[in-house]
Design a protein around this ligand. Structure first.
Ligand SMILES: [Zn+2]
Length: 156
């Protein structure tokens, strides 16, 4: 719960800055969508968010509009995951600790991995005119289970 409050505050600060820069007004409904998504396990799908917003009587269209705005404002990022069919998942950028994730393109399985070498390298890299705050690195490939299936299929 404490974690989601912190994510919410970070996300809200980023959103407000974006709204100010684009001369847009804050909206109460959008704020409710932001609150709801900060309480979801990350990453989440649009369907999960729609379900969470149903209780607040927020329409599907409003949820999608908010999602698109949050993507533009870099509150969220989206990535495609293959899970039976290609699904889009969303994740809060704000307040996420540095992480490295390996993603199987066949079954969609996501695992967190740690590497001091990579983390140190990215953190200590000199970015020109840019102050790095945190990062998420996605490494795509094939997991062991799927790899085994492929080998068995080929072996027959
Ligand atoms: Zn797999």
């Amino acid at each position: 719960m404490l974690k989601s409050v912190r994510s919410y505050k970070n996300a809200q600060a980023i959103l407000f800055r974006y709204l100010r820069e684009h001369e847009m007004r804050p909206s109460k409904v959008r704020d409710m969508v932001l609150t709801a998504l900060c309480q979801l396990p990350q990453p989440f799908t649009a369907e999960q968010l729609i379900k969470a917003c149903e209780a607040e009587h927020i329409s599907v269209g409003t949820v999608y509009n908010a999602l698109n705005l949050f993507l533009d404002a870099h509150v969220l990022h989206a990535y495609k995951r293959q899970q039976g069919q290609l699904a889009t998942e969303y994740e809060l950028i704000a307040g996420t600790p540095n992480k490295i994730q390996i993603i199987c393109q066949k079954c969609g399985r996501v695992q967190n991995v740690s590497s001091n070498l990579i983390t140190t390298h990215i953190r200590e890299h000199k970015y020109s005119n840019f102050n790095m705050q945190h990062f998420t690195l996605y490494v795509y490939g094939e997991c062991r289970v799927c790899r085994k299936k492929t080998i068995n299929r080929l072996g027959r």
